[in-house]
Design a protein around this ligand. Structure first.
Ligand code: PLP
Length: 365
């Protein structure tokens, strides 16, 4: 029924484009969530499945991490560890910081962000423009006491009325997706979702959505497969595929905000229920990023295009007629000086991963 309705909705003018106005949102935080689920037409046709992307770039702070930012701050307020005029401190590769900076402005908190100094200049500038105190620090492993997360925790402990929101291991992050993203996907597909796949940074999105979809499907006697997608340099693909062996982290990826060297508490809440993992090389992610722009008009960051590659792979595994959902985490705006620069692509050995007909989009030197 749902598939029939989807098919009808894609047939020319069969269904007039209706304007869905939501009720008025109460401030910035009220506008977080309720994002559209976009059917990716060419990939759906190619696979014979419905490939659906949750348009998280439409959140008011521009990424999926607005949801986690709201929930970790709310959690601190509810526990009484954050009082009016207080300070929110976080270690973040960028998007959580941007979400936190917005939520802090709207609620009157100060915001201090520790981040690895390898992150794109666009994200650092934006955080500063949003009034955050940004502290870029050398990118060192989690085991090192100078890792950005440990520095964030120590700073929060050293000043009064401050909280380290601890996005990686604070399961209020997973709860955001269990209570909002998961239910939205279920209702937007009328419960007709066969597979869900996404990459992980903290693991909050995958854990929360996967748990909700699995529980809901079980209640209705259905089955949803939840898969993890992993970039190069992350240990989770081999961890899941080997049945729990943690290897040393090696290599890197052009994707930002995803890939892990450990199993976070957020991911740990769901890891036993993940059906499998897919390793996605950067060559495929960057090609898909350009294809999504060319074929769908979507201007997305590399974690989103990696997710879409994984959704296509999962569609091929599950077979035609299935509905596969993934996350479109953020837009390319935060990375455009890299992703659309020929010199940068060449420096990463990725210039030739972009097909000839899509090279016209490489407009920056
Ligand atoms: C661009 C981008 N994609 C994906 C993720 C991963 O989301 P999660 O932390 O919920 O695993 C992040 C996290 O920061 C991100 O910034």
């Amino acid at each position: 029924m749902y598939l029939r309705r989807l098919a009808a909705s894609t047939r020319g003018f069969a269904r007039p484009a209706s304007s869905r106005a939501y009720a008025t949102a109460n401030g910035f935080t009220g506008a977080i969530g309720n994002t559209p689920l976009i059917r990716l037409r060419s990939l759906s046709e190619e696979t014979g499945c419905n490939i659906l992307g949750k348009a998280e770039f439409q959140n008011p702070g521009g990424s999926v991490k607005d949801r986690a930012a709201l929930y970790v701050i709310r959690d601190a307020e509810e526990k009484g560890s954050l009082k009016p005029g207080g300070t929110v401190v976080e270690g973040t590769a960028g998007n959580t910081g941007i979400g936190l900076a917005h939520v802090c402005r709207s609620k009157g908190y100060k915001c201090v962000i520790y981040m690895p100094n390898t992150q794109s200049p666009e994200k650092i500038d934006l955080l500063r423009m949003l009034g955050a105190d940004v502290r870029p620090v050398p990118a060192v492993a989690f085991e090192n006491p100078e890792n950005y997360n440990h520095q964030a925790r120590r700073y929060a402990e050293s000043i009064p009325n401050a909280v380290w929101t601890n996005q990686f291991d604070n399961t209020a992050n997973t709860r955001a997706h269990y209570e909002t993203t998961g239910p939205e996907i279920w209702s937007q597909t009328n419960g007709a979702v066969d597979g869900f796949v996404c990459s992980t940074g903290t693991g909050g999105t995958l854990a929360g959505v996967a748990r909700y979809l699995r529980e809901q499907a079980e209640k209705e006697g259905k089955k949803v497969e939840n898969w993890l997608a992993d970039p190069p340099g992350s240990v989770l693909y081999s961890y899941i595929s080997s049945g729990g062996k943690l290897t040393e982290r090696s290599g890197g990826s052009i994707t930002e905000g995803i890939g892990q060297g450990r199993v976070t508490d957020n991911l740990g809440t769901e890891i036993g229920n993940i059906s499998g993992a897919l390793h996605i090389p950067d060559e495929r992610s960057i090609e898909m990023l350009y294809r999504l722009l060319d074929e769908e008009g979507l201007y997305l960051g590399a974690s989103s295009s990696l997710n879409v590659v994984a959704a296509v792979d999962l569609a091929k595994k599950l077979g035609p007629g299935k509905t596969i959902v993934t996350i479109l985490c953020d837009g390319a705006y935060r990375y455009q000086t890299r992703l659309f620069s020929r010199a940068w692509l060449r420096s990463k050995g990725l210039e030739n991963a972009i097909p000839q007909n899509l090279q016209k989009y490489i407009v920056l030197e």
